[in-house]
Ligand binder design. Structure first.
Ligand code: ADP
Length: 730
């Protein structure tokens, strides 16, 4: 909108600007020619004032019409007026002006005329013969160029006269010869007296008395009849000089007298003219000033016109630029609109794609957790039964088949657990817990559980713990143990007859945060530089042979992702054949009050020796056997029911200390059964015993009235610990 307004304003400005440059009315060539003709008529009748007045108008019209020839002609008339008024300086000034315009117009006819007239003034009025003759010569050149013999005739007459006047007869002779040759053709009553007189002068110079006498007498004779009185007077003067030279003083005196009389007459006429002129002199000066101004005005006008043109041009350029700008804006806008439409379409598609991806992700998570659950349940059976077999048949302890079975089951279980965990981290469902822990206890526990592995490869496992590390720290000890277990078991796996070191150092303390650096170093096979990044990707195992080490290729990937949760990164320093050093730093909170609070909360009486009555609600028969065996092995009493309804029934008749509830059961699931038990007002502690992931069911379990959750396959010590805590609380 802004641009449009600017353009409109500009157009308006341009309009009004153009209007302000008023154009004068231009006269036609014909009109101007008529004016100059009139001025010449007035000049001939000696009406100089009128002639100059008209000339001024003609000049202005000629300048306005930019008619260079007419300008030159007007100036000639003006100059001629001044020459006639004996104002020779002004006459010369205007002749020069007319000459400059005649040159601009390349008008040889005018140049010829002006040069001749200037020659007349310089020779016969200002008596500057050399300069005057130069003008005559110029005039001659133009006349010859134009083939104007008539003018050539007149100019030659002037040249001859000028040279004779200064006594240079030889130089003037060629001109005299020329005029004598063409006298018949171009001579007339205005020139006849002068021609005869000049011949007389030349013959006198040459001493041809007879010819000189006849020429002078012819001159005087012809001069009497025509208007050129001054020529007649000069004829008498020159004749008188000749007679005097001859010694005829009487006639010489006679002729000199005639000369004086005519000159007197002419002088009187001139005086009259001068008197006339004097009257209008003041006005004449004003005319001159006006005439001067006409040109100056025109020049100023031209300049302002030029400036205006530049301004108009500039406006034009600005206008064009603005138009271009508008066009570009318009194009841009269109482009933007199109791009926006495309973008919103792409956005829509993206949203749909995102929704689909989210759906797919949810489906994937559900799939993974269902599959894991389905796998864990039978694995629980396999591991449990293997343990039972080994317990009951000690002779099988050395059987490689039994060991293989146990190992395979455990391997499968760890694979399922790993996949479940990766899935959880990737879905951002993993939340670190804040538990109080003793770092030495945790590390020793890890060491103890891996000691068997160390021995099998004949490795020494060493632990160094910085004594400056506080006794209790707050953080997710379970995830930390998982990271260290993974790294140390790798180190033990890939090292034979070597040493694996676990070093725990206090890196720095920042307020309440203790930054602990963990180093796991081995002197095993090492990892090639090219593989050091790859090994943290999922399912990557480097140079693994079929019979080699066991593993899923998920361990380091889990480590990396868990460390990401701790906002930490692992660094690796390894060389083939030399070993591997892995390092990472984690900040743990150190807060005595918080620690004490947590410790106090878990102070429970573990000393109960009373026989405990346990009800197991489980649909899977293998699991029923395993759980029953585990419980009875601890000398607790155990009753087992197949489903929720059976549980509700048995609870009507019998008292139990604790209920172990499977969640995924047919007819009525564990949550629903618990809800119904609580509705009956029974507040016996209920522990969910499930293959589901703990975090997945915690919320629903608590809302249903379940007190704790134990994930199958479970650690029996942990189970009894929980049972004892719950019973003592109850
Ligand atoms: P895996 O289950 O195979 O151990 P990981 O993700 O834990 O999977 O390790 C990936 C691979 O990295 C291993 O297969 C092994 O090639 C290499 N690796 C890991 N730790 C070490 C180590 N300490 N020394 C040598 N190689 C190792």
């Amino acid at each position: 909108m802004y641009q449009i307004r600017t353009v409109v304003l500009l157009l308006f400005l341009l309009n009004s600007f153009n209007n302000s440059i008023a154009q004068p009315k231009i006269s036609s060539k014909k009109e101007i020619a008529k004016l100059t003709d009139n001025a010449t008529v007035y000049l001939k009748s000696a009406n100089f004032e009128k002639s100059l007045g008209i000339s001024k108008v003609a000049l202005r019209s000629a300048i306005d019409a930019n008619d260079l020839n007419a300008v030159a002609t007007s100036y000639i008339t003006i100059a001629a007026n001044y020459a006639e008024m004996a104002e020779f300086e002004k006459a010369i000034f205007f002749y020069n002006k007319s000459l400059s315009y005649a040159k601009k117009a390349a008008n040889d006819t005018l140049k010829k005329k002006i040069n001749n007239n200037l020659g007349n003034i310089y020779c016969f009025e200002k008596k500057q013969y050399a300069r005057g003759i130069q003008f005559y010569e110029n005039s001659l050149q133009y006349s010859q160029k134009l083939g104007d013999t008539s003018q050539t005739f007149v100019t030659n007459l002037n040249i001859a006269w000028a040279y004779f006047d200064i006594g240079n007869f030889e130089k003037g002779y060629p001109s005299l010869k020329f005029i004598n040759k063409y006298n018949k053709k171009y001579g007339d009553e205005t020139t006849i007296t002068a021609v005869n007189m000049l011949n007389g002068m030349y013959h006198s110079y040459k001493g041809n008395h007879k010819l000189a006498t006849s020429s002078f007498l012819n001159a005087i004779q012809s001069g009497k009849g025509e208007n050129e009185k001054s020529d007649l007077s000069f004829s008498h003067l020159e004749y008188s000089k000749f007679l005097s030279k001859k010694g005829d003083h009487k006639n010489a005196y006679e002729n000199l007298l005639r000369y004086n009389i005519i000159t007197e007459e002419l002088y009187n006429k001139e005086k009259l003219k001068k008197a006339n002129v004097a009257g209008i002199n003041l006005e004449l000066d004003e005319y001159k000033r006006q005439i001067d101004r006409i040109e100056t005005e025109k020049e100023v006008q031209l300049q302002s016109l030029r400036k205006s043109r530049i301004i108009v041009m500039l406006f034009g350029v600005v206008f064009v630029i603005l138009l271009l700008l508008l066009y570009t804006l318009f194009k841009n806008n269109n482009f933007k609109k199109k791009a926006n439409a495309e973008l919103s379409q792409t956005n829509k598609e993206l949203i749909i794609a995102k929704e689909k991806a989210e759906e797919a992700s949810i489906v994937k998570s559900q799939f993974v957790s269902t599959i894991s659950h389905e796998l864990r349940t039978p694995l629980y059976g396999v591991i449990g039964i293997t343990n039972m077999l080994l317990d009951e048949h000690k002779e099988l302890a050395g059987s490689p088949y039994m060991n293989s079975l146990k190992f395979s089951a455990k391997y499968l279980l760890s694979l399922v657990n790993d996949i479940l965990q990766i899935n959880k981290i990737e879905d951002n469902r993993l939340v670190l817990e804040n538990l109080t822990f003793n770092i030495s206890d945790e590390i020793n526990m890890i060491k103890n559980s891996l000691i068997f592995m160390a021995k099998s490869n004949n490795n020494i496992l060493r632990v160094t713990i910085d004594p400056d590390i506080p006794e209790y720290l707050i953080g997710d000890k379970l995830r930390l143990s998982q990271i260290i277990m993974n790294l140390v078991s790798n180190a033990l796996k890939f090292t034979k007859n070597g040493e694996v070191q676990i070093r725990i150092l206090l890196a720095k303390v920042d307020c309440r945060t203790n930054f602990i650096e963990f180093q796991i170093q081995d002197n095993g096979i090492g990892i090639a530089a090219a593989d050091q990044e790859k090994i943290f990707e999922k399912f990557v195992q480097v140079g693994r042979k079929e019979t080699d080490y066991q593993g899923t290729g998920l361990g380091l990937s889990i480590v990396k992702q868990l460390l990401g949760q701790f906002k930490s990164e692992i660094t690796i320093d390894s060389a083939i054949g030399k070993g591997t050093l892995l390092k990472f730093v984690i900040g743990f909170e150190f807060n005595t009050e918080k620690t004490n609070e947590i410790i106090n909360n878990i102070q429970v009486d573990m000393t109960s020796t009373q026989p405990i009555n346990v009800l197991v609600v489980e649909d899977n028969h293998i699991n029923q056997i395993i759980t029953r065996k585990t419980i009875e092995k601890n000398n607790y009493k155990c009753s087992v029911v197949d489903n929720g309804y059976a549980a509700l029934e048995i609870l009507e008749k019998e008292n139990f200390d604790v209920i172990l509830m499977d969640i995924n059961m047919p007819l009525i699931n564990g949550f629903e059964t618990t809800r119904k038990i609580r509705l009956k007002g029974i507040d016996i502690p209920i522990v969910a015993l499930t293959a589901f992931d703990k975090a997945e069911i915690t919320e629903e379990a608590l809302s249903a009235g379940i007190n704790d959750i134990i994930i199958k396959p479970f650690d029996s010590i942990k189970l009894f610990e929980i049972i004892n805590i719950l019973i003592s609380k109850n």
